[in-house]
Design a protein around this ligand. Structure first.
Ligand code: SF4
Ligand code: SF4
Length: 94
């Protein structure tokens, strides 16, 4: 079944790679992945897969998982591109 919308959650570059969020993301969704070859072992959210369940942010010990909606990032056009840019630090290893 096609997904109605993209995810609004993103991880910033201060991730310490603890893996807590990856375990929290619902099994069938599995939107969080370790960035390949990242020397800090950080994680990234795939916005095309995230279902906006909101489970992961409170579990992060360094509060680096954000909901772009609460930050006003998704208002108007270009919101998803802005989210992609906020996770651009991980793009090389994805
Ligand atoms: S909000 Fe939910 S679906 Fe999205 S990355 Fe976090 S745990 Fe996974
Ligand atoms: S819970 Fe936070 S610090 Fe731990 S891997 Fe996820 S985003 Fe990184």
């Amino acid at each position: 079944m096609a997904k109605a919308s993209q995810g609004y959650f993103y991880i910033d570059q201060t991730c310490i790679g603890c893996g807590a969020c990856e375990h929290a993301c619902p099994g069938k969704v599995d939107a969080i992945h370790r960035v390949e070859d990242d020397f800090l072992g950080r994680f990234v959210i795939d916005p095309a897969t995230c279902i906006n369940c909101g489970v992961c942010p409170p579990l992060c010990p360094v509060m680096c998982i954000h909901d772009a909606r609460t930050e006003g990032i998704v208002e108007g056009r270009g919101g998803y591109r802005a989210i992609d840019e906020l996770q651009a630090w991980a793009a090389a290893g994805r």
